[in-house]
Design a binder for this molecule. Structure first.
Ligand code: CP3
Length: 355
């Protein structure tokens, strides 16, 4: 394999010295880019984009062609795993993701199996290999998965939800069944992420998008321990390099100390927590990734630059910061504002790494 030309992102995740703060953006390949919309139109749908490795490669590279980003992220979706478990993922036009066969009956839950990633998710592994070839060592490739809890939310509800009443009812009334879903999903995620690492992913991230709507007690029973199990089950080294792991619980700021001890190298933060204070709390246990409010990108170049500078200053001098948004980029973001963000972080972050 060609050596990496820019390993700033991998180094920052391990709190090693870098010359600038690396930056990538959650959902960096998405509908705010006209070229993404054009490829998606050619593909016919979001899912065929995910399932066609050459098209997934094309859209993964689009934001890197425009901006000086320090990492690429595999173009896919967290819900491909429950799809491979037989739940039947589909996207109704103008609506979010849905499952044809959500988990409703006890026997459906008991029948759930962890899929072999090479059989059922081969298109993801093919995309990872093809993206690595296309990147040609320019920047590292991030692989990812949903957390067992977040995947379970969609598997039980059958779609997104404002209240998550179904999954919470199951969790509180039949914790044994909820733990069974989480256990099978955890095994699936470990196999899936290890297959991505085998295929060429150089860092991995677990998205726990809905963990933050749990009580602390429920989070510590139904979400965090399963992410810790994933961390313990992941391949640590590949091609002589550490494969760093990031966990991101949206809304998890209150539990930062516990999250920092789950075995991840880095913790993703949403925008509700002040990153400088978060750094004091975690000390040198983990790196931090975040945490600009994506809504700022909807405003003006001046506001974007000011907020980027504020976040860099809040984290302060030294290692262990990966700049990102606190959640995915909005489809209504003007691409010019992203250019301002990338340029500002690149130029202004150097002062925090000078010795
Ligand atoms: O970050 C990246 O650029 C990589 C690609 C990526 C996508 N989804 C592409 C996508 C990643 C990492 C995800 C993760 C994902 N998917 C999460 C966790 C992160 C988060 O946002 O909290 C979740 C909860 C999902 C499930 C999902 N997929 C939802 C709720 C939606 C609809 C939301 C929307 O914006 O319409 C999707 C669809 C989706 N996944 C899109 C993209 C680019 C939009 C699809 C389109 O082109 O219409």
């Amino acid at each position: 394999m060609t050596p990496l030309k820019n390993d700033t992102f991998l180094r920052a995740l391990q709190r090693q010295p870098v010359d600038h703060t690396p930056l990538w953006l959650m959902r960096q390949a998405g509908r705010y880019l006209p070229e993404y919309c054009a490829t998606r139109a050619r593909a016919g749908s979001f899912l065929s984009l995910c399932k066609t490795p050459s098209l997934a490669t094309e859209v993964t590279l689009q934001p890197l062609a425009r901006y000086d980003l320090d990492a690429a992220i595999l173009f896919s979706d967290i819900l491909t795993v429950p799809d491979a478990m037989g739940l039947g993922l589909y996207f109704a036009e103008g609506e979010g993701p849905k499952f044809e066969r959500p988990l409703r009956q006890e026997w459906e839950i008991r029948d759930l199996q962890a899929p072999d990633p090479h059989d059922h998710l081969g298109y993801v592994m093919d995309a990872v290999s093809e993206i690595r070839r296309a990147l040609d060592g320019s920047v590292p490739l991030i692989g990812f998965s949903g957390s067992p809890f977040t995947l379970s939310c969609y598997m039980v509800e059958g779609e997104g939800s404002d209240t998550y009443a179904r999954v919470k009812t199951l969790m509180y009334s039949r914790p044994d069944l909820m733990h069974h879903i989480l256990d099978v999903t955890t095994r699936a995620v470990i196999d899936y992420l290890n297959a991505q690492i085998e295929a060429g992913a150089q860092a991995v991230m677990v998205f726990d998008s809905w963990g933050g709507m749990l009580s602390q007690a429920a989070y510590l029973e139904f979400s965090l321990p399963y992410m810790a199990r994933i961390m313990a089950g992941l391949t640590r080294e590949r091609d002589g390099r550490t494969v760093p792991r990031i966990v991101f619980t949206k809304g998890g700021g209150l539990w930062l100390d516990r999250i920092a001890d789950c075995g991840a190298d880095a913790v993703g933060l949403d925008w509700t927590i002040e990153i400088g204070e978060a750094r004091q709390r975690v000390g040198d246990r983990v790196a931090l990734q975040g945490n600009m409010d994506p809504s700022i990108l909807l405003t003006t170049p001046e506001a974007v630059a000011t907020e980027a500078r504020r976040i860099l200053a809040s984290y302060g001098h030294g290692n262990g910061h990966v700049f990102n948004l606190g959640h995915g980029i909005s489809q209504f973001t003007p691409p010019e504002n992203v250019a301002v963000l990338v340029e500002t972080v690149r130029a202004e972050s150097r002062q925090y790494h000078a010795s």
